[in-house]
Design a protein around this ligand. Structure first.
Ligand code: BDP
Length: 683
C-alpha cells in the first residue's frame, strides 16, 4: 500500500543514474548519537530506494577527505577544519539548535548542524530535494521558526481516539500501552521528516485509566514509546488530570496551594523523569468542559499552572496550559454571555503571572475549530506570558476525513493575521514563536489526524494536512499552494498533470467545504455530539454557547460593543473597528460579528439569503468538479490509491448535497424569501 509511505515514497527514481557523491556517505560525529545515526540511516535508505544502490559508509577522518566524491553529515565541531569553517559560517545567523545548512565543497555535499536533530532535519531536506528533482548541491541554511513543533494526540487508553477519523490509536489497546514498534517508528519518521519535535500522546480529556499513566504501572510502557520517538528527535509529553492526587487515592485535595499537593506533583515529576530523562512536560485541560481544575478550590489558572511548573522546572519540563476555558452551561437566552469572550476574559487578567516554563496554548479561533472563525483576540492580549498556537489537524468540524478539506490556507490566514498588539506587523506567527514580546518559549501544536488505518489518515488526501502542519510550523512563510504541490509530487510522483490536479483539488477544498456548510462565519449547525453533517438547530437551544439566532427576520450573533456582547472590544485597533462596523466587517465573518436581516446586502452585492443559496449550490458543484478532475487521473495513479480517494470523493458529493438541501431549505422556510434562480421548491 503506497499510502503507507505517505510523502516518503520509496519508488525508484526513473531514468536517473545515481549522482557520484551519493554513492558514499561520511558521518562526522559521535557514533553513539542515536539521532545522528537516524539521519544517516534515513539518507542511506532514501538513496537506496531511489537508485537501488546503497551508499558506502566511509570512515571519517579529521585530516583527509576521502578521494571519491561523497555526501557528508556532520556536527560542526567534528568536521575537518576547512569544512568546519564553512559550516560555522553558514550557520552563523541560525539561532535555533535545530537549524541545518547544506554546503557544497568541490563536488561534495555536506549537511551540517550544531545538533544531531539539526542533522536529521537537514537529511530530510536533502531527501526532499532528491525526490522533488531539485539541485542537491545548492547551498542553503534553514532554521525553524517555532521552537516547539508539536502534535497533540487525543488518544484514549482503550484504543479509541477522541475526534479521530482514521481508526484506532497507534499507542494503546484495551487500557494498556500496547503498540506495534515498527508502526510507531514509521510514524515517528514521518513526523521527523516534517520537523515535528514534540508529541503529547494522550487525550486532553484524561480518564481514570490515563490518570494512572503517572504511576509505575504505566511509566515503563510510556518510556518505551519515548525511546522510539527520541531516536527521531521527538520529546514526549503527557496530558494530565488536575485531580490526579485525589483520583489516585493519595490525597483528599488537589488544591494547588496545598503543600501536600505540590509535593505530590514533585514526586510524580521525579518519577517520570527517572523513566524518561528528556520528558517534555504536561499538557493540561483544566476547568473546561467538566474537567477538574484549580477553580474547585477557589484558585485560578496561574495557581494551578505554576504549581505544576515548579514540579517540572528542576528537570527542564514545560507546562502547556490550554486556554480553551469557557462556561459550557451557558444560557442561550442571555445575549451578553458569549462563549467567544471566555478565553480572553479568563487569561488576560493573569498576564505576567505565569512562570517562565508555562505556555498558554490558544486555539486559533475564539470558539472551537469551525470552518471559519476570526483569530482569537487572546494572541494580541497576552504580552508577558508564553503562548502557543493550537490548530486542529483532525477534521472534527471540517468533514471528518470523509470530505477533503485542505486546511493549510486557513492556518496561513491565522499565522499571517495582524493583531496590531505592537503596531503593524504583530502577526500571530511572530507572537506564537515568542518573538514579538521576547518570550522564552513558543510554538505551534496541532491535534493529530492519524490512527492505525493503513493510510494513517483515513482519507489519503488528509495526509496533506499533517504534512502542511509540519511545514508551516517550521516555516510559516511558506505558501499553502506550494506546500500542496510539494506534497502531491512527493506522494504521487512528478507527472506534472497529476501534481497540478492534486494541488487544484486541495486548494479548492476548504472554500468548497465552507460553501456548503454553515454560512458567513456563523459556525456549527452540525449534529450534536459527533459534530458531523447538517443540523441547523442542533445546538441552538442547548447549553454549549454556539448559537446563530436565526429567526424569520435575520441571523447572526451581535458581538459588537455598541449593541452586542462586546467581544469586538477584545481586539486592538484597527481590527476592533473593522469588525465592529457592518460597513467594514469582511463578508466571510459577517454573521460571527453581526445579526442582520436576510436582505442585508454583502460587499459582494448579494443579499445574505441569496449568498447562502448560491454558495450551497456552488459548493456541491465544486465537489462535482473535484470528482471529474480526479477521474481524469485514472491510470496515472496506482489503482489502490486512485480508487480509495475516488470512493471518498463520491461519498463527499452525497454529503455536500445533504448539507446544501438541509441548510437551504432551513433558511427558505425560516424567511420565505425565494431563491432568485428558482432552485428551491417549497414542499
Ligand atoms: C472540542 C471537541 C472536544 C474536545 C475539546 C477540547 O469537540 O472533543 O475535548 O474541543 O479541545 O472541539 O478540549
Amino acid at each position: 500500500d503506497l499510502d503507507y509511505d505517505a510523502w516518503l515514497q520509496e519508488t525508484p527514481l526513473r531514468g536517473l543514474a545515481c549522482p557520484p557523491p551519493l554513492r558514499a556517505l561520511v558521518v562526522f560525529g559521535s557514533p553513539s548519537e542515536p539521532v545522528l545515526e537516524t539521519a544517516a540511516a534515513e539518507w542511506t535508505r532514501a538513496v537506496q530506494a531511489a537508485f537501488g544502490e546503497r551508499p558506502v559508509r566511509l570512515q571519517p577522518s579529521l585530516d583527509a577527505y576521502p578521494d571519491a566524491p561523497f555526501v557528508a553529515m556532520g556536527l560542526v565541531p567534528e568536521l575537518p577544519l576547512g569544512l568546519r569553517e564553512l559550516a560555522a559560517k553558514a550557520l552563523e545567523a541560525a539561532v535555533s539548535d535545530d537549524a541545518y545548512a547544506i554546503v557544497s565543497t568541490g563536488g561534495n555535499i555536506a549537511v551540517v548542524a550544531h545538533t544531531p536533530a539539526g542533522l536529521l532535519y537537514g537529511a530530510f531536506h536533502l531527501i526532499r530535494r532528491l525526490r522533488l528533482g531539485q539541485p542537491l548541491h545548492e547551498p542553503c541554511v534553514s532554521s525553524p521558526h517555532n521552537a516547539l513543533r508539536m502534535l497533540d494526540h487525543w488518544d484514549n487508553a482503550d484504543g479509541t481516539i477522541e475526534r479521530g477519523y482514521a481508526g484506532q490509536s497507534l499507542f494503546y489497546r484495551g487500557g494498556q500501552i500496547d503498540f506495534d514498534e515498527r508502526r510507531v517508528a514509521d510514524y515517528a519518521r514521518l513526523l521527523a521528516s516534517i520537523g515535528i519535535n514534540a508529541i503529547a500522546i494522550n487525550n486532553v480529556n484524561v480518564h481514570p485509566i490515563e490518570t494512572r499513566f503517572l504511576t509505575e504501572a504505566y511509566l515503563p510502557g510510556i518510556a518505551r514509546l519515548a525511546d522510539i520517538f527520541r531516536r527521531y528527535g521527538i520529546r514526549l509529553f503527557l496530558s494530565i488530570n488536575f485531580a490526579s492526587p485525589v483520583d489516585l487515592g493519595d490525597l483528599p485535595t488537589a488544591d494547588p496551594l496545598d503543600a501536600r499537593v505540590e509535593a505530590w506533583w514533585r514526586a510524580a515529576a521525579d518519577r517520570i523523569y527517572r523513566h524518561i530523562p528528556d520528558f517534555g512536560g504536561f499538557l493540561v485541560k483544566a476547568d473546561s468542559e467538566f474537567r477538574p481544575g484549580p477553580f474547585t478550590y477557589g484558585r485560578d489558572h496561574k495557581d494551578g499552572a505554576n504549581m505544576l511548573a515548579r514540579a517540572l522546572a528542576p528537570h527542564g519540563g514545560l507546562v502547556i496550559w490550554r486556554a480553551f476555558v469557557y462556561n459550557c452551561l451557558m444560557d442561550w437566552r442571555d445575549r451578553r454571555s458569549d462563549r467567544a469572550r471566555a478565553a480572553y476574559d479568563h487569561f488576560v487578567p493573569l498576564d505576567g503571572l505565569f512562570l517562565d516554563n508555562v505556555l498558554i496554548q490558544i486555539k486559533h479561533g475564539p470558539i472551537d475549530f469551525q470552518v471559519r472563525e476570526p483569530v482569537s483576540p487572546l494572541f494580541g492580549g497576552l504580552r508577558s506570558t508564553n503562548v502557543m498556537l493550537e490548530l486542529q489537524i483532525t477534521q472534527e468540524y471540517t468533514g471528518q476525513q470523509r470530505d477533503v478539506c485542505y486546511l493549510a490556507p486557513m492556518w496561513k490566514q491565522v499565522l499571517d493575521f495582524d493583531t496590531h498588539a505592537r503596531g503593524e506587523g504583530s502577526t500571530v506567527a511572530e507572537i506564537a514563536r515568542g518573538a514579538l514580546f521576547g518570550r522564552p518559549h513558543g510554538g505551534m501544536a496541532g491535534v493529530a489526524n492519524v490512527g492505525d488505518s493503513p493510510n494513517w489518515t483515513g482519507h489519503s488526501l488528509a495526509q496533506a494536512n499533517l504534512y502542511a502542519f509540519g511545514r508551516l510550523a517550521w516555516d510559516p512563510s511558506l505558501d499553502p499552494a506550494e506546500i500542496a504541490r510539494e506534497w502531491a509530487q512527493l506522494t504521487y510522483g512528478d507527472e506534472a498533470d497529476v501534481v497540478r490536479t492534486v494541488e487544484a483539488i486541495l486548494m479548492a477544498s476548504w472554500p468548497a467545504y465552507e460553501a456548503y456548510t454553515a454560512p458567513l462565519g456563523v459556525g456549527f449547525m452540525v449534529n450534536p455530539g459527533h459534530h458531523d453533517g447538517p443540523n441547523p438547530e442542533g445546538y441552538e437551544y442547548s447549553k454549549w454557547g454556539t448559537y446563530h439566532y436565526a429567526d424569520w427576520r435575520g441571523i447572526g450573533v451581535d458581538r459588537t460593543m455598541a449593541t452586542g456582547t462586546g467581544f469586538t472590544g477584545q481586539y486592538h485597533e484597527p481590527v476592533r473597528s473593522l469588525y465592529e462596523h457592518l460597513e467594514t466587517c469582511p463578508d466571510e465573518l459577517l454573521l460571527f460579528f453581526h445579526h442582520v436581516p436576510y436582505t442585508h446586502a454583502l460587499h459582494s452585492g448579494k443579499t445574505v439569503i441569496q449568498h447562502i443559496y448560491d454558495t450551497h449550490f456552488d459548493g456541491v458543484e465544486a465537489v462535482a468538479w473535484m470528482i471529474e478532475a480526479w477521474r481524469r487521473l485514472a491510470g496515472r495513479i496506482d489503482p489502490v490509491r486512485f480508487e480509495r480517494v475516488l470512493a471518498r470523493l463520491l461519498d463527499q458529493y452525497d454529503r455536500a448535497v445533504e448539507w446544501r438541501d438541509v441548510i437551504n431549505t432551513y433558511f427558505y422556510r425560516k424567511c420565505g424569501i425565494p431563491d432568485d434562480r428558482g432552485r428551491l421548491i417549497y414542499p
